[in-house]
Design a protein around this ligand. Structure first.
Ligand code: ADP
Ligand code: MG
Length: 268
């Protein structure tokens, strides 16, 4: 084995021991380029470390996206702002920057079914994860069930601490399934403990006046929850018909009458 080949092997195993996978992938090809283009040692070192930095960043983002448990991937670039009422692209763009999370503020997305609430909630969660923030997506009904189970197993404290460690909690579909009093109280605790500590995105098909129905009919609890949740919150109300239904009916009835096929010009 040549001296150069030994050096390469040693370098690769050193980089692995130092947990620098990005460096392992690029150091040889960059060394070739450096020789051809007469880079200084410092330039070469900089390029190699930049590749390692990019690789670490990418894997941190992948990890954040994985631990967020999004049910599917929805992003802002696939959201058609022209197709919905009540949502401003500028406002969503501002939220995508994630400053509300640094301020522990909330977002409430309210409106009828199929108007893009979950899509936007996931997309904002994805943006936050890309900024390497800790995000957790849960459906309200699943969250309540998990809380009840944790309480029964005397593990409520542990679960609550886990949820507190998350910077953005996305609570989807509040209002689809009503909770009993205990469920309502457990959800209330999770959401209010986040007040001014961590952000929440809530999606709901209910108007604020109807929230009491899902929270076990407890007016006081409901007022206290809304008070805290909406105190520092951007409230976005979606309107109109379901996006999917509309797409379906558009596909069946074309918006314009079919254009008559031009007849081939008759030979003169
Ligand atoms: P909601 O949570 O309000 O009931 P969803 O976000 O689940 O609605 O939207 C239903 C489906 O329609 C999803 O597949 C979503 O990606 C799609 N959708 C809704 N609104 C839009 C939109 N404006 N642009 C692109 N896709 C949309
Ligand atoms: Mg939804």
């Amino acid at each position: 084995m040549s001296r150069a080949a030994v050096a390469k092997d040693v370098l690769a195993s050193q980089a692995r021991a130092l947990k620098m996978p990005g460096l392992v992938r690029v150091f040889e090809s960059l060394a070739r380029q450096a020789r051809e283009e007469h880079w200084s040692y410092e330039e070469y070192l900089h390029e190699v470390l930049a590749a390692e930095q990019t690789s670490r960043n990418d894997s941190a983002v992948r990890h954040r996206l994985h631990e967020a448990h999004f049910p599917e991937t929805k992003t802002l670039d696939t959201f058609d702002f022209g197709a919905v009422e009540g949502i401003s692209a500028a406002q969503i763009g501002e939220l995508a920057r994630g400053e509300y999370i640094a301020r522990a503020e909330n977002v409430i997305l309210a409106g009828p079914i199929g108007t893009g609430k979950t899509h936007l909630a996931i997309a904002l969660g994805v943006e936050a994860a890309r900024q390497k923030r800790r995000v957790l997506f849960v459906r309200a009904a699943d969250l309540v069930r998990t809380l009840v189970e944790a309480r029964d197993a005397r593990e409520l404290g542990r679960l609550q601490r886990k949820m507190q460690a998350v910077e953005l909690l996305v609570c989807d579909e509040l209002g689809f399934v009503p909770f009993d009093r205990t469920g309502g109280e457990l959800l209330f605790n999770v959401l209010t403990e986040r007040y001014e500590h961590g952000s929440v995105i809530v999606t709901t098909n209910l108007a604020f006046a109807e929230w009491v129905k899902v929270l076990g009919g407890d007016e006081k609890l409901c007022t206290a929850l809304l008070d805290r949740l909406a105190h520092h919150a951007t409230v976005i109300t979606t309107k109109g018909k379901s996006y999917r239904m509309r797409r379906r009916s558009e596909a069946q009835t074309p918006a314009h009458p079919p254009v008559a096929v031009a007849k081939p010009a008759r030979p003169q």
